[in-house]
Design a protein around this ligand. Sequence first.
Ligand SMILES: NC(=O)c1ccc[n+]([C@@H]2O[C@H](COP(=O)([O-])OP(=O)(O)OC[C@H]3O[C@@H](n4cnc5c(N)ncnc54)[C@H](OP(=O)(O)O)[C@@H]3O)[C@@H](O)[C@H]2O)c1
Length: 252
Amino acid sequence: MSNKLDLAKELIGRRALVTGGSRGIGAAIAQRLLDAGTQVVVAARISNDDTPAGATFVSGDVATSEGVEAIATKALAALGGLDILVNNAGGGRAFLEGSWTIPDKEWHDSFALNLFAAIRLTNAVLPALRTSKAAAVVNISSVAATMPFGPFAHYGAAKAALNYYSRTLAMELAPSGIRVNVVSPGVISTPGSAEFAKTTPGFSSDDWVRNIPLSRIGAPEDVAEVVALLVSDRGKYLTGVNYGVDGGMTAR
Ligand SMILES: NC(=O)c1ccc[n+]([C@@H]2O[C@H](COP(=O)([O-])OP(=O)(O)OC[C@H]3O[C@@H](n4cnc5c(N)ncnc54)[C@H](OP(=O)(O)O)[C@@H]3O)[C@@H](O)[C@H]2O)c1
């Protein structure tokens, strides 16, 4: 018998929920998991043409507790259990005049979307993950969590809190065999980042590339590949770690 890994089949029988899977990084993660044989549910507020065809779409707003409950209930019903949770939905608007111009509501909204969504959804599906023999959670953070930048202070602070929460959860759940890791993208080409570049002066692709040692913007698939490693048996000894997928941005 060969011990060679068959990457095309390594996730057959696994069941995954990917938030923000209707486009961008989340859609690439969902597609990568589907390609490896996973049954996938993607959640977002609205389905669109980028939503992977092989996935089941469930609608809901992860920034509210009601939305999270609805997503968890529909996903568990569709999958009959859960092995993989990817908390990917997130984002934020820039306030170019400085952190002191970020309205109170925007701070609350950012923490609801970039932190509380992951906490609430993880708590909602934890009983299902506890019954899985190969449970893995991946939270999508950002290099913004460790690179101070006033216009995105609300977003970076929420992602920094997500990093701390994830590490703590990893330690709490390690005895149950549930692994928790973080992936921190740098600048990745997605509808979200394209909208940001279009509406924010000084943040075009050329401006970003000058600060990326590998001299290119990342592709959503670059992030998806690391997530696939982390949730697979190849990653079975990995927990509590934060993996930068940033072309070397944070290594400088
Ligand atoms: N792209 C980058 O350069 C970059 C860099 C660092 C970190 N990240 C992180 O990577 C993740 C994905 O980013 P992306 O660039 O792929 O984003 P994107 O292109 O804007 O896509 C965001 C996805 O999340 C969903 N979403 C947004 N708000 C939601 C809500 N309240 N409830 C449910 N779903 C929601 C969107 O669908 P609906 O709008 O229909 O709900 C969509 O599916 C985010 O956590 C982001 O912070 C991205």
